[in-house]
Design a protein around this ligand. Structure first.
Ligand code: TEU
Ligand code: CA
Length: 553
């Protein structure tokens, strides 16, 4: 496997609104991030991925950009950004930004011009269509509820928005649009950033027939058959690669629904010159029913493990994977895949062990390194996320039992991952001296960085240990992968090996003890890391215990 800096990297994802507020306006900002760079560096990570910080009306917290070349004043503006980038580089870290070019904000000047008239030179920067039978052009529904089409009386046409109506989709068919985007990308590389995470890149090429969805209420089916992986997607990505990406030593990771085992290599096969990596959602949508996130089904653990095996098998030797268990769009990793009550500490560490011993580039989401959990705000007015609020409205309109729906919000809302970072036990968890834009999780007095710093047994220090271990054991980055107990209902046991070394990882995904009776010569291994008292019998795993063993050479 060819080596590369971005393959060996551990990435730390920052959701800037919720990280650290420096000026007391309740909103996390860039000076706040600067004040935490020593902390970030101390984790042992290599790259910071910063969610959008560009100028934006914040209908979707920065994923609706009104100026691609400007840093929002709320976050500290361009001078703060320049200082951040310089300091990041000064510490030997790298910076990856978010590139959100499937859509812009409706307040971007391109769209403001586009909507003025049918003859505007910007008209076909977006998708405009006349209505059909006094309604929208087709039956597509937006990721965030309602039709994907918004009527604009000025020109008596509808425009397409796969997300909110303040996020009109850019028309990549138009070569001028593509050139504008490549210029933006080039602008940021010239400014010195080290890569892009490309938002919903799987959606940029549209099926121009705009054919009705056959089952609009089936979320996954509609994504796969209508929205994602359009006919020109790879042509566009290859063009972007040739025009700009290939000219810099940067990394790219594409995100998007509809990326699956069958098409992933089209995006990331080394020989195709498109992207370095993609994020897939096979494990993240594992508990989604046909109606999506707010139609959850039970998590299937055997399937969960299978996802890791299948993806490793598919990419190996050809492309490169990305490993993550949480981000700003999902509820907290420990609340979903671990246990956030009695075994919160143990299961947080165990999940860290999983993350940091898989093949692929690892992404750690802010707060997971201290075991932050989901939140259960009592009122819907405590929530901010547009996806949550729209789903709530729809449920209300359908006449659903809203107490039951509140439980779903507690379980699924994206705001679970967006509550402020918990720095210490002072007011507002040390995040802000003002009123935070979203409430702090009330458990901040027990779960915070300051308490975990001096405690050698803390989740935080376990992350540091695991990250350091991965750095010293390239076998965990590049080595082969094999699941040793794919059918076991609660044990995740796998092997990583290369020419020089071999590791075994045994993880108990349950609140009861288990015997890992797998057919292996345990005498040839010694325990390197455990999330509980070491010296235990590696075959007997306590609840949520994780053990990493290394072959004795
Ligand atoms: O998310 C893309 C995406 O697929 C989400 O809509 C996802 O399905 C959903 O959040 C799961 O609940 C990206 C960004 O990460 C997200 O924050 C943005 O809202 C979205 O694109 C639109 O830009
Ligand atoms: Ca602020």
């Amino acid at each position: 496997m060819k080596k590369a800096w971005w393959k060996e990297a551990v990435v730390y994802q920052i959701y800037p609104r919720s990280y650290m507020d420096s000026n007391g306006d309740g909103v996390g900002d860039i000076p706040g991030i600067i004040s935490k760079l020593d902390y970030i560096k101390s984790l042992g990570v290599d790259i910071i991925w910063l969610c959008p910080v560009y100028e934006s009306p914040n209908d979707d917290n920065g994923y609706d950009i009104s100026d691609y070349r400007k840093i929002s004043e709320e976050f500290g503006g361009d001078p703060a950004f320049d200082e951040l980038l310089e300091k990041i580089h000064g510490k030997g870290l790298k910076l990856v930004m978010d590139l959100v070019v499937n859509h812009s904000s409706d307040e971007h000047e391109w769209f403001e011009e586009s909507r003025k008239s049918k003859d505007s030179p910007y008209r076909d920067y977006y998708f405009w269509k006349p209505g059909k039978d006094n309604g929208p052009p087709n039956n597509w529904t937006s990721f965030f509820s309602g039709s994907t089409w918004e009527y604009d009386s000025r020109t008596d046409e509808y425009f397409l928005h796969l997300f909110t109506k303040k996020q009109p989709d850019l028309n990549w068919e138009n070569p001028k649009v593509r050139q504008e985007i490549y210029d933006v990308v080039d602008y940021w590389f010239k400014r010195g950033i080290d890569g892009f995470r490309m938002d919903v890149i799987s959606l940029i090429s549209k099926q121009l027939e705009f054919e009705d969805a056959s089952n609009p209420e089936n979320y996954e089916e509609t994504i796969k058959t209508r929205y994602a992986n359009g006919p020109r997607i790879h042509e566009f990505l290859q063009e972007m690669n040739k025009e700009v990406l290939s000219k810099y030593d940067i990394m790219t990771v594409g995100e998007g629904p509809g990326i699956d085992l069958d098409n992933a290599l089209f995006y990331v096969d080394d020989s195709r010159d498109e992207l370095n990596m993609v994020f897939h959602f096979d494990h993240m949508f594992i508990d989604n029913g046909p109606g999506g996130k707010y139609d959850p089904i039970e998590m299937n653990f055997i399937r969960f493990k299978e996802v890791f095996s299948q993806w490793d098998e598919r990419l190996k030797g050809k492309g490169w994977g990305s490993i993550f268990l949480g981000n700003h769009d999902f509820s907290r990793m420990v609340s979903r895949f671990g246990s956030d009550s009695e075994f919160r500490v143990e299961s947080s560490k165990m999940l860290a062990m999983l993350l940091l011993s898989m093949r692929g580039t690892v992404y750690v989401y802010q707060g997971d390194e201290i075991g932050m959990t989901n939140v259960a705000f009592p009122q819907i007015t405590d929530y901010n996320d547009v996806e949550t609020l729209n789903s709530w409205k729809e449920a209300e309109e359908r006449g659903e039992d809203m107490n039951a729906f509140m439980k779903l919000v507690h379980k699924q809302s994206r705001d679970n991952a967006r509550t402020p970072m918990q720095w210490d036990s002072s007011q507002n968890a040390g995040f802000s001296s003002g009123t935070p834009w979203i409430k702090v999780n009330p458990n901040y007095e027990e779960i915070n960085v300051a308490d975990q710093e001096p405690d050698s047994d803390s989740i935080l220090n376990f992350y540091r240990k695991m990250i350091a271990f991965r750095k010293n054991n390239p076998c965990l980055v590049y080595g082969d992968y094999q699941d040793l107990a794919p059918q076991h209902p609660s044990l995740f046991a796998f092997r990583r090996w290369d020419e020089d070394s071999e590791s075994l990882v045994l993880l108990n995904f349950s609140s009861t003890e288990l015997m890992a009776d797998i057919n292996l010569d345990f005498d040839k291994f010694e325990i390197a890391i455990s999330n509980m008292d070491e010296g235990a019998d590696p075959k007997l795993l306590l609840p949520w215990q994780g053990i990493l063993l290394k072959r004795i050479n």
